[in-house]
Design a protein around this ligand. Structure first.
Ligand SMILES: C[S@@+](CC[C@H](N)C(=O)[O-])C[C@H]1O[C@@H](n2cnc3c(N)ncnc32)[C@H](O)[C@@H]1O
Length: 270
């Protein structure tokens, strides 16, 4: 657990992001969620992928949504802004929870999102507390996926939807490290698509949709790597992943191209 939080955490994260944004000429009093999107949607295909997942969750302004592994809070803010719902995020990494709270204040969404530090395999919430739940690019760090999905099922109201968008083990062989979720294999735990289907069914979910986006993810990563070289945006994942993010990005392109990893969306019902 500590190794995972150490991999992601860093000092003064919000301060570093504020410096980058100011340097790029952004007015911190008029910041929008779009200004943060290059760094706070920490997954392949960014905000677009979050919205694709969210469309399947049957959300309304009255919904209370759980985001398991909420990171810097980008996906939670995207849902709160788009649907007017309330999102509670939980994340293992204390530095991310603090930064998520600060970033939400910057864009005026503090009243619709809240973040707390905790473990997705042991949720500090009552049974049937949420209308919907999602998790984006998190289970790659979690060996006990059975416990994670059993917890998602427990805290959802009956019939509530659970959306998962994750990096899975592909058929092309072992992953090239470092990758954004791990510098070496000890904190990387990828399930195959078939294992995911079995895990979700065993947790008591009914599967509604399975959508593989590997091809599009490969194109997105290639375009992002080119953009980063040509004209890097004011804030990037380097703010917390450090200098080896470029090596991680190169490996991700190869991992996707060689089908060592796949990106897949699962939508199920409790
Ligand atoms: C790649 S980031 C994705 C963050 C966010 N979902 C997003 O898409 O922007 C993975 C996140 O999972 C969190 N995480 C890893 N293991 C966890 C666990 N057992 N419980 C809660 N969060 C966890 C990490 O701290 C990190 O914030």
């Amino acid at each position: 657990m500590d190794a995972v939080a150490d991999h992601y955490g860093g000092d003064s994260l919000a301060q570093k992001l504020a410096e980058g944004l100011r340097k790029a000429g952004k007015d911190m009093d008029r910041l929008t969620t779009g200004d943060l999107a290059t760094v706070d949607e920490f997954h392949i295909r960014g905000r677009k992928a979050t919205l694709e997942l969210a469309q399947e969750l049957k959300l309304s302004a009255a919904s209370h949504v759980l985001d398991m592994g909420s990171g810097l809070g980008g996906p939670a803010r995207t849902l709160a802004e788009t649907f007017g719902c309330h999102v509670t995020g939980i994340d293992l990494t204390p530095a991310f929870c603090e930064a998520a709270t600060t970033l939400s204040a910057w864009v005026g969404l503090s009243n619709r999102v809240d973040f707390r530090q905790g473990d997705a395999t042991r949720l500090p919430f009552d049974a049937a507390a949420f209308d919907a739940a999602m998790t984006i690019h998190v289970a790659m760090n979690i060996a006990a996926k059975d416990r994670m999905y059993a917890e998602a099922k427990r805290v959802l109201k009956p019939g509530g939807r659970f959306g998962i968008y994750d990096v899975l083990q592909g058929e092309g062989g072992e992953v090239h490290f470092p990758v954004p979720w791990a510098r070496e294999p000890s904190i990387s735990h990828l399930a195959t698509p078939d294992e995911m289907v079995a895990l979700l069914k065993d947790a008591g979910f009914t599967l509604v949709q399975v959508e593989d986006s590997t091809e599009t993810s490969q194109q997105w990563f290639e375009a992002m790597a080119a953009r980063m070289q040509a004209a890097p945006p004011p804030v990037t994942f380097e703010a917390f992943l450090g200098g080896d993010f470029s090596a991680m990005a190169r490996n991700q392109v190869a991992n996707l191209k060689e089908r060592r990893i796949r990106t897949v969306r699962f939508v199920c019902e409790a």
